[in-house]
Design a protein around this ligand. Structure first.
Ligand code: APR
Length: 309
């Protein structure tokens, strides 16, 4: 098993480290455009092998796509991160060019790969990859919903004072601060609705903290977060390479599902060796459907910017 991570920055290196610590591959290639950067990160990671006890070989390269040939999964993290006060959407101009070119170059040498998109604005970058690559839609997966759901569970666990492992909760829709939809109605604490324990005001607070979860961290750290984004990417890769069929909210191309066409948005999907395999129907109620429609309209407006670039 060979996995490539494009972009050796905060998110890419953290994702790569999670993948090697889980021994998901025998070879992991880390590629960056910055001379020597991926090589350095790879060497540092390899020097932890005896400490963590993993056997994956990490190879860092500067823009050398030949070294990535034959990868089964390619994770795209290259691009600008957010700075405080920026929305994910403001990254579109720069990141669209980067994502388009790295996806094309990667697939040229790994035509059978499943592609995971992490670069922001993630919904639009996933759509760009689907449209630009010509790959079957199931082989392109945007990661955002896993991250947003892990933040949702974090804020729920704080409010409930319970371990996150006792919670089930999903965020669907877009991956923007105003487009994501934390599904409070379906969130559960050991098979009971969280609304049994939290008031409507408390649930609203959890929901809004989740929606600005990334911006809160950007404000504190000065750049986009990386631990949870990296770990979320690795969880997705694990379900692909081990064909686990886990259900994750991921950004995928919709062709009528959830009432949407020709757009990539976060919905629950099973993830296995072929990429995303099945879309799960959450049977949204009227207000959730309205929120999904609103989210889709915002993402569609963002996608339309691609035509002008
Ligand atoms: N090819 C390869 N690597 C590139 C390219 C390119 N064309 N352009 C930029 N990069 C690399 C940069 O050199 C840098 O090392 O992408 C890396 C990005 O790393 P960071 O700046 O640390 O950004 P990071 O926090 O990792 O975020 C990356 O993930 O979560 C999203 O919003 C975030 O879009 C951003 C992406």
């Amino acid at each position: 098993m060979k996995i490539t991570v494009i972009g050796a920055g905060n998110v890419g290196a953290t994702c790569a480290e999670s993948i090697v610590r889980m021994e998901l591959a025998n070879e992991l290639v880390l590629l960056d455009i910055r001379e020597g950067f991926a090589e350095g990160k790879a060497m540092d990671m390899n020097q932890t092998a005896s400490l963590h006890g993993f056997h994956t070989k990490v190879r860092g390269v500067t823009n050398d796509y030949k070294a990535t040939a034959g990868s089964e999964v390619i994770v795209i993290t290259s691009g600008l991160p957010r700075k405080p006060g920026m929305t994910r959407e403001e990254l579109i101009g720069t990141n669209a060019g980067i994502v388009k070119s790295v996806v094309a170059q990667s697939l040229e040498v790994s035509p059978e790969a499943v592609v995971v998109i992490i670069s922001n604005p993630m919904d639009t970058m996933t759509y760009l990859a689907v449209k630009g690559s010509g790959l079957p839609k199931n082989r392109i997966i945007g990661m955002g919903g896993i991250l947003d759901s892990s933040r949702f569970k974090y804020y729920l666990s704080e409010a409930l004072n319970c371990p996150v492992s006792d919670l089930q909760a999903s965020v669907i829709g877009g991956h923007g601060d105003t487009t994501m939809i934390p599904l409070t109605r379906l969130a559960s604490y050991q098979s009971t609705p969280v609304s049994n324990y939290l008031s409507a005001e408390e649930l609203d607070q959890v929901k809004s903290s989740t929606m600005v979860g990334g911006a809160t961290l950007t404000g504190l750290i000065g750049t986009s977060a990386w631990y949870a984004p990296g770990a979320s990417g690795a969880a997705l890769v694990a379900s692909i390479v081990n064909d686990q069929k886990r259900i994750f909210p991921c950004c995928v191309y919709l062709d009528g599902e959830y009432g949407q066409h020709d757009i990539c948005l976060g919905v629950p999907v099973t993830i296995g060796k072929n990429g995303w395999e099945k879309i799960i129907d959450y049977n949204l109620n009227e207000s959730e459907n309205a929120a999904f429609e609103k989210s889709a309209n915002a993402v569609r407006a963002m996608n339309s910017v691609l035509a002008d670039l």
